[in-house]
Ligand binder design. Structure first.
Ligand SMILES: [Mg+2]
Length: 206
């Protein structure tokens, strides 16, 4: 990722902002119709507040996480904020990103989300995309795949994770109030998480 961490964060932000209404509509089905609006506001701040000149990947992610924490409302702010901050800690001082670095960053992000959200896979949350994506990513780099190829496979797993969230009832977050009526709807958090991974993949590819 070299010195382009800001550009990658900006690309993620633009993707989220572009999908603001889509994410909000998904949240309208099973939540309180604010996921896209909140995330778009948060990433607009990230684009404004993270320094374009800072080549330290960890420091930039940490700044992004703190910004998300303070600007995104609902459950997503603390969860995404924690994910970026924990990934940032692992990557502090790094100006380039190896396949192993990304593995450790994803691992830290997952651990942070699990701790903060007290969530596990199978509860119709972002983890239903993130954990399968991480597992496939590890398997691919373990087999010698490039970071982009491994991320490509991870994105496929993340999208399958979105499909999986349609088949289960939510047991975490506001959607859990709906119980079985949440079945049939895809999770907005799993969706924004997958958009994030796809943007990182496309960024590293390009
Ligand atoms: Mg919501």
């Amino acid at each position: 990722m070299s010195t382009r961490v800001y550009d990658c964060l900006k690309a993620i932000g633009e993707k989220i902002i572009e999908n603001r209404d889509f994410l909000t509509d998904l949240d309208r089905e099973i939540g309180d119709a604010d996921h896209g609006v909140n995330m778009a506001r948060g990433f607009q701040s990230v684009i404004e507040k993270v320094s374009q000149d800072d080549s330290d990947i960890g420091a930039s992610l940490k700044k992004a996480g703190m910004t998300l924490l303070s600007t995104v409302g609902g459950a997503s702010g603390p969860l995404y904020g924690t994910a970026y901050m924990e990934a940032g800690k692992v990557l502090m001082g790094k100006e380039t990103l190896t396949a192993d670095d990304l593995k450790l960053a994803l691992e830290a992000a997952i651990a942070g989300i699990q701790k903060r959200g007290k969530a596990e896979k199978g509860e119709k949350t972002m983890l239903d995309s993130l954990i399968p994506a991480y597992d496939v990513y590890c398997e691919k780099i373990g087999g010698g795949a490039s970071i982009v190829d491994a991320l490509d496979a991870a994105c496929t797993a993340a999208n399958e994770g979105i499909e999986f969230t349609k088949t289960i009832a939510a047991t975490k977050g506001r959607a859990s109030y709906l119980g079985d009526r949440s079945i049939g709807h895809q999770d907005p958090g799993a969706t924004s998480l997958t958009l994030t991974l796809e943007t990182i993949r496309d960024f590293l590819k390009g």
